[in-house]
Write a protein that binds this ligand. Sequence first.
Ligand SMILES: *Cc1c(COP(=O)(O)O)cnc(C)c1O
Length: 366
Amino acid sequence: MQRLFLSSPHMSGKEQEYIAEVFQSNYIAPLGAFVEKFEQSIKEHTGASHALALSSATAGLHLALRVLGIGKDDIVLASSFTFIGSVSAILYQGATPVFIDSDESWNLSPQLLKRAIGELEKKPKALILTHLYGQMAKIEEIVTICKEEGIYLIEDAAESLGATYEGQQSGTFGDFGVYSFNGNKILTTSGGGMLVSHNGEWIEKAKFFSTQAKENFLHYEHEEYGYNYRMSNVLASVGVAQMEVLEERVSRKREIFELYRRELSGIEEISFMPEIEGSRGNRWLSTILFDKIDPLKVVKALERVNAESRPLWKPMHLQPLFSDALCFVDGSSQKMYSKGLCLPSPSSASNEELMRVVKGIQTICQ
Ligand SMILES: *Cc1c(COP(=O)(O)O)cnc(C)c1O
């Protein structure tokens, strides 16, 4: 029985052909034609005006904060129910994170966002908003609040490439958006990220910082410090091949979610992550809540059928790292964390393989 992972790399078949082209050109590194092609393909697919290929999404979030001039003494609001990579750049910049809880959408609560802005003594500079597990947050309301309050919106779309709200792609609503191509995401370059924005000057500035902040001279001249965050041409060629199958991957991920929902519909004490009206998530991972059963029992049952499952992200406001951080919470994400699981959702899995998971859950819930 082959192990069924939460999400595994799923190649399109074109990757090696493009890698061969890279090797033929000898533009192995640092840059090359595929980096531009990859950026172009992201722009075309998402409708973002500008894109910058990077070594990771974490790097993208860091560059976004740096370009916006966020540093010491600045407050950055963030979704609490997310992965650490979403918020570590706040610490890199020496800024202060303030965490906002989720609502019934599982994503950031606009209500609590308003409360935080109203109650904080100092105006926050930015909000990092995660579209959790590939499902759209209440983006329209959140954009409105950020605009009214003059707060920069950075969309952490690391998990949500291909997800839409009213036809518009996640990552393109805010001032910046970030996608991840880490090994377990819906598409992968083995590791990588993309920063997008409608503001070309900001992306130019991010590019400058991402390549060691070298001034425009023949010799090496530096007025500011930068980072080594650019993506290599080899990995970008994998990205170009992966982008060709994004829509197929989204469809299959959605089918996987529908299969779980349909096959497990007889069990009353479970529920699934919702999809807000007007949106189409990419269902990167199928996620589930158990009302009565300890989810760790389900993890064990799924291990017996050689399937991986994991608790949902442990909210940031519950992390020891952030024990001193301010947060605006009502218990929502903590509750979901204690009841939830991510189920195996590899787009390459067959329905037969997924049925192993269904049966595993059924045996525990009966
Ligand atoms: C994966 C992930 C990141 C980090 O992406 P990397 O490309 O691995 O740096 C950030 N935020 C969220 C929500 C993620 O799931």
